[in-house]
Ligand binder design. Structure first.
Ligand code: 13P
Length: 353
């Protein structure tokens, strides 16, 4: 049973996260994932380097103009900035909501080849309490769906949808807004049409499970993939094709009660992810939900590449990061242009907003 005060808290978190013109920074890479990103750039993956990198992101000047929420990882929510404040406090003081990734990753699905199930439900109720005491006001759980010749199976879709719904119900009980993230991967050679069909089946399965487990749709956000052809597909759909397919798929599956959709970037080139989001917001259609972003790679890639662990590069890396944040902020309102892409960010930021 959700009581009045918790309803008000959940509603106000949703409202802040979906402020027009802002989106979410996913800075919640697990230790394995951040190690992979650092390794590619020969950055030593020490706890201190991970702390310095996340600090660089959350202390970028004017970040709160473009970013409404930051998703942290278990290690990160316990870390502090150079001045001794918990990262959750640093962002809260900027009017940005701290969130937390609470799943424990995708593991092989028993009885199936090449499919995965996300783990982390055991003890989740207690972990949510602790994260709340550390300042988190929303959470994230990612399910991973792979497209292949005979996959995904209905078994995999149902198992992942069930886990997502159990997580979401526990979050609402703990007064944390659940971000429900069923990611259909772009790995593979599949067509746009196949991605559409699988994304539709995935979202149908997710919303059926959410309903049966009494998740309040008004108090959650959906974080889906965009509908894209596989990375190895010979098909190269245009920006408009992707925008139209994605919005059509969402209209078929996402109830209007959901207060917001925040896309993942999924390995798309940063500028392309921005262009896709912008094109969706420019479609001449009345949509029931605002469409914004919750990107990791598409916000961070240029900044990480510039930083490379060198303290002398912090300011330049922050500028590149803010530039992507600003472009995606514009895209969330259909205001993104190539001219904006070519403008240097930080110096002009205050003049623009
Ligand atoms: P990407 O934007 O890099 O896909 O990451 C989003 C995310 O949070 C994955 O769980």
């Amino acid at each position: 049973m959700i009581f009045k005060t918790s309803v008000a808290n959940l509603q106000s978190t949703v409202k802040i996260l979906m402020t027009p013109g802002r989106g979410i920074l996913a800075a919640d890479e697990s230790e394995t994932t951040i190690a992979k990103r650092f390794e590619g750039l020969a950055i030593a993956c020490t706890e201190e380097n991970r702390r310095r990198y996340r600090q660089l992101l959350i202390t970028a000047p004017t970040l709160n103009h473009f970013i409404s929420g930051v998703i942290l990882f278990d290690e990160t929510i316990r870390q502090r900035s150079d001045d001794g404040r918990l990262f959750g406090t640093v962002v809260t003081e900027l009017g940005i909501v701290p969130g937390i990734k609470v799943d424990l990753g995708a593991k092989p699905l028993a009885g199936s080849l090449d499919e995965r199930i996300t783990e982390g439900l055991d003890g989740l109720r207690e972990r949510l309490q602790e994260y709340r005491s550390l300042g988190a006001r929303f959470a994230k759980w990612r399910a991973v769906i792979t497209i292949g010749e005979k996959i995904p199976t209905a078994y995999c879709l149902e198992a992942n949808a069930h886990a997502l719904a159990r997580y979401a119900a526990l979050c609402q009980e703990a007064e944390l807004v659940p971000i429900v993230e069923p990611e259909v991967l772009m790995d593979g050679a599949h067509s746009l049409e196949r991605a559409f069909e699988v994304t539709q089946a995935t979202l149908e399965s997710v919303f059926a499970a959410l309903r049966s487990q009494r998740v309040v749709l008004e108090h959650m956000l959906l974080k889906p993939n965009m509908v894209l052809a596989g990375a190895d597909s010979p098909q190269r759909p245009g920006v408009q094709d992707v925008a139209e397919a994605t919005v059509r798929c969402l209209r078929r599956t996402v109830p209007p009660a959901v207060p917001g959709i925040v896309f993942l970037s999924g390995g798309q080139a940063p500028q392309l992810a921005t262009a896709h989001l912008n094109a969706m917001n420019l479609l001449n259609e009345r949509l029931s939900w605002p469409l914004s972003f919750s990107f990791a790679r598409a916000l961070q890639e240029p900044a990480l590449e510039k930083w490379r662990g060198d303290p002398n590069n912090v300011t330049a890396a922050q500028q590149l990061f803010l530039h992507r944040a600003r472009c995606n902020s514009a895209a969330s309102e259909g205001r993104y242009t190539t001219a904006l892409e070519n403008e240097p960010s930080v110096q002009s930021v205050s003049a623009v907003k």
